[in-house]
Design a protein around this ligand. Structure first.
Ligand SMILES: [Zn+2]
Length: 146
């Protein structure tokens, strides 16, 4: 590996622990315990709750594949599109502890034919594109858990 610089393509949606393992960063309402992803500072998503301050919390690194699709077209924001565009799988992964379903790209080399609902998936990161300054912009992604 060279001394390539890496930086998230989207700030604040995931973090890395001391062992180098990435996890998503969500927000949790301290009043009713509802989680939300991506994280935000206020507005509890629970319509029955008046909570207005959400706290940032790490989310589970693993979840169960709930649904998936294969995208053959350039993705919508916030994902900048690599050029040339390559088809990729998108997974909706259920995090049981949080009661959340988190959409994300699936790592390169894994397409819809490799996936099956109910599989255990784990969070990783991948390089999305290299920007004009040569910085590798990374994004969180799902991969089939080992
Ligand atoms: Zn709440």
């Amino acid at each position: 590996m060279s001394g390539t610089t890496q930086a998230p393509a989207i700030d604040g949606w995931w973090a890395t622990d001391e062992s180098g393992s990435p996890h998503l960063v969500g927000a949790r309402c301290p009043q009713c315990g509802t989680y939300v992803f991506p994280p935000r500072a206020n507005n509890c998503p629970n319509p029955a709750c008046a909570g207005d301050e959400l706290e940032q919390v790490p989310l589970s690194r693993r979840g169960t594949l709930w649904s998936y699709t294969e995208n053959r077209y350039a993705p919508p924001p916030p994902y900048p599109a690599p050029d040339p565009f390559e088809p990729f799988a998108v997974a909706a992964v259920a995090l049981a502890d949080e009661g959340l379903i988190v959409l994300g790209k699936v790592v390169e080399g894994t397409l819809a034919a490799d996936l099956k609902v109910g599989m255990e998936m784990e969070l990783t990161t991948m390089t999305l594109f290299v920007d004009d300054e040569g910085v590798e912009r990374t994004v969180y992604a799902w991969r089939i858990a080992e």
